[in-house]
Design a protein around this ligand. Structure first.
Ligand SMILES: NC(=O)c1ccc[n+]([C@@H]2O[C@H](COP(=O)([O-])OP(=O)(O)OC[C@H]3O[C@@H](n4cnc5c(N)ncnc54)[C@H](OP(=O)(O)O)[C@@H]3O)[C@@H](O)[C@H]2O)c1
Length: 264
């Protein structure tokens, strides 16, 4: 009796359900922290990355770390929300429609209620929530996405368990969760899944700034609330990759907490 051995190229290739070969993914916030790590991580999975952020020097540093070639870097200030659609249309006219979007750009500062004003609230909501709507509205356009596309928004565990002084940020990230649930079902007809990740404290320039306003003991107390310790940007990048790849093709409108056990 002779064993028959498949000898097709696909049989020889290792099974990688997270593969993003042939996919083009736009990543906002790719100049720092989670967005930068996500760009590098997704490029290792074979994706062609379109990296964006405001800082040209750090954008170049991201591009220099990517695996593979034909990646693109383009600066964009998402603070000009009314220009996002035009920007995205031009981007897709230049580089083709996208298979995925990872919206990692965001801002965080801590201010108690008595210290906030309209400008502060507006800036936080614009940077973290309005941008998500504007990006998805443009991504939805036929010229901007391929069939079976996936969008991942970055929320925060603070939307689900909030510390004093962080409620404006938390509200902006809570809005991301509501938007994910609504748009996750609304955009099915456009062939787009929408999901979110909600990280807890992750070691990035953003958490460094948070650390700088606390005493060392108080920062350690926050870290100690996470049974698995302080998160690393790759911990979030892995969850984003899962939500962009075919591994999550039956998942939309979901939020994955990536929180080292904080909310458990
Ligand atoms: N780190 C954490 O502990 C943590 C926890 C939960 C959720 N998150 C969320 O995760 C995301 C990434 O955070 P991070 O820790 O990686 O922060 P980060 O290191 O401060 O990076 C923030 C990124 O957002 C970009 N950005 C901010 N405002 C922008 C604007 N107006 N236009 C374009 N880009 C803009 C920045 O670009 P430039 O630098 O080029 O301006 C930068 O690339 C954020 O949405 C944050 O709220 C972070």
């Amino acid at each position: 009796m002779t064993d028959l051995i498949p000898n097709t190229p696909s049989a020889r290739r290792p099974f990688n359900p997270l593969s993003l070969e042939g996919r083009t993914i736009l990543i906002t916030g790719a100049t720092s922290g989670i967005g930068q790590a996500t760009a590098v991580y997704l490029s290792k999975l074979g994706a062609r990355i379109i990296a964006t952020g405001r800082d040209e020097t750090r954008l170049q540093m991201t591009l220099d770390q990517l695996s593979g070639d034909s990646h693109v870097g383009r600066t964009c200030d998402l603070g000009e929300a009314d220009k996002i659609a035009v920007w995205m249309k031009q981007l897709c006219a230049d580089h083709g429609p996208l298979n995925g979007l990872a919206h990692c750009a965001g801002i965080q500062t801590t201010r108690p209620l008595q210290a906030i004003n309209l400008a502060y609230v507006t800036e936080m909501l614009n940077a973290n929530l309005v941008t998500a709507f504007m990006l998805l509205q443009a991504f939805r356009l036929k010229a901007c996405h391929h069939p079976n596309a996936s969008a991942v928004l970055v929320s925060s565990s603070s939307a689900l368990k909030c510390a004093p002084g962080n409620s404006v940020y938390a509200a902006s990230k809570g809005g991301i969760i509501s938007a994910t649930k609504g748009l996750g079902v609304e955009l099915i007809r456009d062939g787009i899944r929408v999901n979110a990740v909600a990280p807890a404290l992750v070691d990035t320039p953003m958490s460094d700034r948070f650390k700088s306003v606390l005493s060392e003991d108080n920062f350690q107390r926050v870290v100690d609330m996470h049974p698995l310790g302080l998160g690393q940007p790759d911990d979030v990048a892995g969850a984003i990759a899962f939500l962009l790849a075919d591994t999550s093709r039956w998942i939309t409108g979901s939020v994955i907490t990536v929180d080292g056990g904080l909310l458990a």
